[in-house]
Design a protein around this ligand. Structure first.
Ligand SMILES: Cc1cc2nc3c(=O)[nH]c(=O)nc-3n(C[C@H](O)[C@H](O)[C@H](O)COP(=O)(O)OP(=O)(O)OC[C@H]3O[C@@H](n4cnc5c(N)ncnc54)[C@H](O)[C@@H]3O)c2cc1C
Length: 567
């Protein structure tokens, strides 16, 4: 083989960059290969929130015991206990390692997604502050841009506080909006060279500083270089066959290959093989065509096994034509929209099926269960009134002050968005039983008046209420659906990634069909099965464990290489 490294890392998401950074810090010679022409994977496009229980930051009183109490209450179904405990025990070390490099996560107030369960807290979701992307020099434009909705008008960078305040038009939103726009236009130095905002927020704020550190440590990253096959010698993974523009070559790895190639969101065959209901690649909000499960298939080919592959990290989405080319459609998240007051979600039989203000992953679990039961979900309908329409986003449909009904293109009506003066005629447009939809709406109006939803408990937890409307009384998640016109949009079973992947143990080692580690092969992030099984405990529940197990993989490789003592 022409080239040899100590470690080859596959993928430049949060998992891949963390694994590479830690391995390089421990003295290993690392190469990262990245299939895309940009750095950062889905992680760069994400909200950048990392859920790390027992993190020890910001004066938290969270403990190992409290974290495990919560996780034990949340987790339904089998998980590897040792792996779960490794996550709870190692998060702080990983954060302290990052802190020493100047990458300092901070807790933000965000209720855990099962706020009603013992051990839940509101300080386990961590974010990184805004970061100046131009510190990356030539690499600045090569970081994958954020999901469009996380930038104002797909142009102005916003941190999460700004995103939520402006989206909900909460107190002070106008001043914040002016600040966001002025921050962009007063940056003349950047405006002269690019439309892109220099300020990296959310997922970009995670990838930017990681990439900077990798550059400082001279870690080589090859873009447009795809893992094709794993090379095995005497039962041990000793390298990778990669390809660039169709030309394949081999690289050898002395101590290990770490698969951090994300999930299989963009592989329809793998979706059909693993998911219990029919889904579509076109519903995901992850970057198009990046994560196609290549590494999962390459590892399966050498005997690796998988787990928790029957679900995605669900996040309801809706679809609209692209603003720049109407022949193309694009996905918009409706993650918090489905639970805002003065709305209700029904399946295509006209029945409610879930507490709409629960977390997005639970909402998706509800969609899947209802689809399995009725065959009339996927898509379901978000039905709302003029009060909702004026205040909130409905996927890519922005509040009326920004996107009036008149400004909505004619061809969107009765296709992407439906409208009628009354519920009966709206129901007819949606091919729903008018009497049934009227009954659902009347019941919701009754619940809104009382502030209680006896059917599904909508608005009953602090999580449900956190993304409601504080001016909506008595319950911020329950508002009447009474002001015409009435609207509806179809909601798809979107996702933020896939939950399952290669079965890995507490040391991030990939296991074979006999539950034995495959020597030299490690996995982290969505390439591996989630340590939480099919459960999503809180905001950041994918990036948190991705970074922790990437860090664990690097420690394990370094310990085996006897290069540095494990800390
Ligand atoms: C809009 C949005 C918001 C989100 N917000 C959050 C959030 O705030 N918190 C949270 O926890 N999660 C969030 N998620 C989910 C989260 O982004 C992903 O679960 C997480 O980033 C996965 O990280 P990863 O490192 O495993 O994979 P990725 O970040 O997807 O990285 C995988 C990389 O591997 C590369 N790759 C794939 N195949 C190959 C191959 N064969 N060879 C070489 N390279 C390959 C890909 O191109 C990609 O760059 C969000 C997702 C979306 C879409």
């Amino acid at each position: 083989m022409a080239e040899t490294f100590d470690v080859i890392v596959i993928g430049t998401g949060a998992a891949g960059m963390t694994a590479a950074l830690r391995a390089a810090d421990l003295g290993l010679h690392v190469l990262i290969v990245e299939k895309a022409h940009k750095y950062g994977g889905t992680s760069a496009t994400s909200g950048g929130v990392a859920w790390i229980a027992n993190h020890g930051l910001g004066g938290t009183t969270d403990t190992r015991e409290e974290a495990l109490t919560y996780l034990d209450a949340v987790i339904q179904g089998p998980v590897n206990r040792e792996r779960l405990e490794a996550y709870v025990d190692t998060g702080r070390d990983m954060l302290s390692f990052m802190g020493k490099l100047g990458i300092n996560f901070i807790p933000m107030p965000w209720p855990d997604y099962f706020a009603e369960l013992p051990g839940s807290r509101t300080d386990r979701s961590l974010v990184l502050p805004m970061w100046d992307g131009r510190k990356l020099g030539d690499k600045f434009p090569l970081v994958r841009e954020q999901f469009p909705r996380f930038k104002l008008f797909n142009r102005y960078a916003m941190n999460l506080v700004e995103t939520f305040t402006i989206a909900a038009r909460a107190k002070g939103w106008k001043r914040m909006l002016a600040g966001v726009i002025s921050r962009y236009w007063t940056d003349q130095a950047t405006r002269r060279i690019t439309k892109r905002d220099r300020w990296f927020t959310s997922g970009n704020a995670v990838i930017g500083p990681l990439l900077e550190q990798l550059t400082t440590k001279n870690v080589e990253i090859r873009l447009e270089t795809k893992l094709e096959e794993l090379i095995v010698t005497d039962g041990k993974v000793t390298g990778a066959r990669v390809s660039r523009f169709g030309t394949a070559y081999d690289i050898s790895a002395r101590h290990g290959v770490v698969i951090c190639a994300g999930g299989f969101e963009w592989n329809q065959q793998l979706r059909d093989r693993f998911y219990p209901v029919k889904t579509s690649i076109w519903w995901t909000s992850t970057p198009q065509d990046a994560n196609t499960g290549d590494a999962l298939l390459a590892a399966e080919a050498i005997g690796a096994t998988t787990e928790h592959t029957e679900e995605g990290w669900w996040a309801p989405t809706m679809i609209l034509p692209s603003a720049s080319a109407s022949n193309f459609e694009e996905v918009h998240q409706a993650v918090f929209d489905v639970g805002r007051p003065s709305s209700v979600c029904v399946n295509r039989n006209g029945d409610r099926f879930v507490n709409e203000s629960c977390s997005y992953d639970r909402f998706g679990v509800g969609m899947v269960a209802d689809q399995q039961k009725t065959g009339a979900n996927l898509p379901c309908w978000l039905v709302f009134d003029a009060v909702f329409r004026a205040k909130f986003t409905a996927g890519g449909i922005l509040p009326t002050a920004i996107m009036s009904d008149k400004s909505i293109p004619v061809d969107w009506w009765d296709h992407y968005i439906f409208k009628s003066d009354n519920i009966v005629s709206l129901a007819k447009k949606l091919q729903l039983d008018p009497a049934k939809l009227t009954d659902v709406v009347m019941r919701m109006n009754d619940y809104a008046a009382k502030g209680e939803d006896p059917e599904f408990g909508r608005g009953s937890t602090i999580y449900d209420q956190a993304f409601g409307d504080p001016t909506c009384k008595p319950n911020p998640a329950l508002g009447p659906i009474i002001k015409p016109p009435f609207y509806a949009i179809p909601i798809h079973l979107g996702d933020l990634g896939t939950k399952g992947g290669l079965k890995a143990d507490a040391k991030a080692r990939v296991l074979d069909g006999n539950n034995q580690p495959i020597p030299g092969l490690f996995a982290a992030g969505n390439a591996a099965g989630s340590p939480f099984g099919l459960n999503y405990p809180g905001a950041g529940g994918t990036i948190g464990p991705a970074m922790v197990f990437a860090y664990i993989a690097a420690n394990e490789i370094a310990a085996r290489a006897s290069n540095q003592p494990r800390t």
